[in-house]
Design a protein around this ligand. Structure first.
Ligand code: DGY
Length: 329
């Protein structure tokens, strides 16, 4: 591979790989790079990440590794690129990366379907009380079929409000149309009619909430969306609404959501992502109307392979002196 960047004596760029990746991805890394792996798969905290980066031309990280400005400024000068094995890049300070001339790439597209599938899983499971029903069966507490037992929220024909109509939001909408849901959305800008597919645009996200029988959070985590779903905004939603989140936990104010699920203002929630995960707010654990998953939105074999290959495509382009397709800094 021709390179305009520093390389080791074997002529291959030196890459620090912070987490254990799928076997096929690691095989390609071994073939094309002078790769340093993390055999314990432990998460490198800031200073450890800085120390381990020494002597590497690039680092391949996951959303578990946090790169705020203070860490980016301390990275050794030989590190020229951070490729993240994720579509989200809120764990990396993009402005600080640009200021330092550090390239940053992510992995969009390839996880859209898996994440949208997980969103529908959460939506259905939360609405139809899957957690309660599953426990009842396993714990041998299922007495008999009851005409009035385990009544959930009807999904078909309801209004689905999607906050963030990017690739994943649109894939959620496409699936929800199969349940005859009426799609409403808010996005930074209105989509073209081809992408909208009849979905109803709400310029004001506050107004979107008023029609949210179901709210699906699919926007990126930014300063603007931090704790977007708070008590005041939940109060605007219809009584008995359902919230699902496969984006980032920081978009939800946990205490407000827990209070609304406890009071019955909201019927249920389905959550795959949490602020400060895996140390989630303990209040969620006690709520039977909350269906919880451990951030597995993109966790299929096919998707994780594709995410790894996409990250490597970006590194390949960068070290060949080309512009990586998914460059965000
Ligand atoms: C993503 O790709 O952003 C997933 O949430 C994994 O971090």
């Amino acid at each position: 591979m021709a390179s305009t960047h520093p390389q080791n004596s074997a002529g291959k760029p030196r890459i620090l790989v912070t987490r254990k990746l799928p076997a096929a991805v690691e095989a390609r890394l071994k073939r094309d790079y002078d790769a340093t792996f993390n055999p314990t798969d432990s998460v490198f905290d800031g200073d450890r990440l800085v120390a381990e980066s020494a002597g590497h031309d690039g680092i391949l990280v996951c959303s578990t590794e946090k790169l705020p400005a203070a860490i980016i400024e301390k990275l050794p000068p030989e590190v020229k690129i951070v490729a993240t094995f994720s579509v989200g890049h809120d764990h990396i300070d993009i402005a600080a990366s640009k200021a330092r001339g550090l390239a940053v790439t992510n992995t969009p597209d390839v996880l859209t379907d898996a994440t949208a599938d997980t969103t529908l899983l959460l939506l259905l499971a939360a609405a139809r009380r899957a957690y309660e029903g599953e426990r009842m069966v396993r714990e041998d507490r299922w007495g008999r079929w009851e005409p009035t037992g385990m009544l959930g929220v009807h999904v078909t024909g309801k209004r689905l409000a999607i906050l963030g109509m990017g690739r994943i939001g649109r894939a959620v909408a496409q699936r929800a149309r199969g349940f005859e849901m009426e799609i409403h959305y808010n996005n930074r800008s209105r989509l073209s009619p081809e992408l909208e597919q009849g979905a109803i645009f709400h310029e004001d996200p506050e107004e979107l909430l008023t029609v949210a029988d179901f709210l699906s959070i699919n926007c990126p985590a930014t300063k603007e969306t931090h704790h977007f779903l708070n008590a005041d905004r939940i109060a605007r939603m219809p009584d008995g609404a359902v919230v699902v989140n496969t984006a980032r936990g920081s978009i939800v104010h946990d205490e407000s959501l827990i209070a609304a699920l406890t009071s019955g203002k909201l019927a249920a929630a389905g959550l795959d992502v949490f602020e400060n995960e895996p140390a989630i707010h303990p209040g969620y654990r006690d709520l039977p109307n909350c269906f919880l998953l451990p951030h597995i939105g993109s966790a299929t074999k096919e998707t994780r392979d594709a995410m790894g290959f996409r990250a490597l495509d970006n590194l390949d382009a960068f070290f060949a002196g080309k512009s990586p397709k998914d460059r965000v800094a």
